[in-house]
Write a protein that binds this ligand. Sequence first.
Ligand code: ADP
Length: 421
Amino acid sequence: MPPLLGAIADDFTGATDLAGILVKHGMRTAQMIGVPRQPPPEELDAIVVALKTRTIAPEEAVAASLAALAWLQEAGCSQFIFKYCSTFDSTKRGNIGPVAEALMNALQTGFTIACPAFPANGRAVFRGYLFAGDVLLNESGMQNHPLTPMTDANLVRVLQNQSARKIGLIRHERVSQGAAEIERAFAEARRQGTGIAIVDAIYDSDLVAIGGACRDLPLVTGGSGLGIGLAANFRAHGLLTKDADAGQLPHIDGLAAVISGSCSLATQRQVAVMKNAAPAFQIDPRRVAEGADVVAEAVEWASTRLSAGPLLIYATADDAEVRSIQQQLGAERAGALVEGALAAIACRLTALGVRRLIVAGGETAGAVVGALGVSGLRIGKEIDPGVPWTTSIDEPPLALALKSGNFGSDDFFLKAWSTLP
Ligand code: ADP
């Protein structure tokens, strides 16, 4: 059976977010890093292609999104979602409007929806106005975002400014009456010439009704919350294997290590806990800058200890230490040196038989995954909110937990070992 849902996400963490939601709602899901060159993994209900198109030029975002769509079509997906941020992050030129319209053209469909709402996470849309928590989007701090300042909470207006097609609105009065009424509202909107309809949603149950109403739409667009509705619709139609545990990953044997390049407060605490429980090796960015072969030192240190259990290699430091290093080396250079060293260490550790890695730090994880040549991840169960175990789809398969910034409890690293796939 080919996958049911193909998702095109405009950034990496957004893709992870959607993939996690789909797994939680019973869909076996993989996340691909960029548009893949190889055929898709098997036995999946959903595939999320993670792009980096949120703030690039609209023409480039369209081209990348169409390439992702073509690959997902080839994979056999029957419904598609263009996933963006629940705060509708976009610039005056796009890229939500241009990408949505290009995907509509490619799929030869004249109607789709735009629904960034995720009520459980504080994102509600009412009368087309997006709320973040208790305030309108343009009072939420998003008006000052450095790349995508959102100065208008009226999504009909925002999307109309980015789109050639007419933007409409499906009000909550219709949404609250359930899927059949929403479908009637879609049909009316179409007759009135609407190409893309903003859909109100203020409760998570609204998302389920909207998902049901979208059953015949080849394309929907929205935030990760919409995934709840789409998964519920597939389940209602008996398309999800009823007793399949969507977060079940293949077991992966091998040595284990934690690599931490995050200096966020939560990570500082997690490193402190882990240092008490396991051998630990600290990377000093100054020595990397001086040209010392810190990678070789770390790997040699690890080689005699790995067989005794998980160990920790970290550059994590407290704020004062990081400031002092940054003053000496420059923030960007220090970051790049540390990321490069940790990524190289990760590769050398896999050569020693490490197959299970926990990586702390968003940028750090990106560098490690890139260096390991990981092209896609099967998404498993959450260790802590927002951080699932994953397994790479490449050879040799690796178990990877990629934890950014402030995620995870203080004993996260230890907890992760007790839930290893
Ligand atoms: P987070 O998810 O917590 O933001 P990231 O990995 O995204 O973590 O970012 C942390 C950045 O800090 C990385 O570029 C990393 O290389 C850098 N870094 C890590 N340790 C140090 C250190 N001791 N001094 C300076 N920079 C560091």
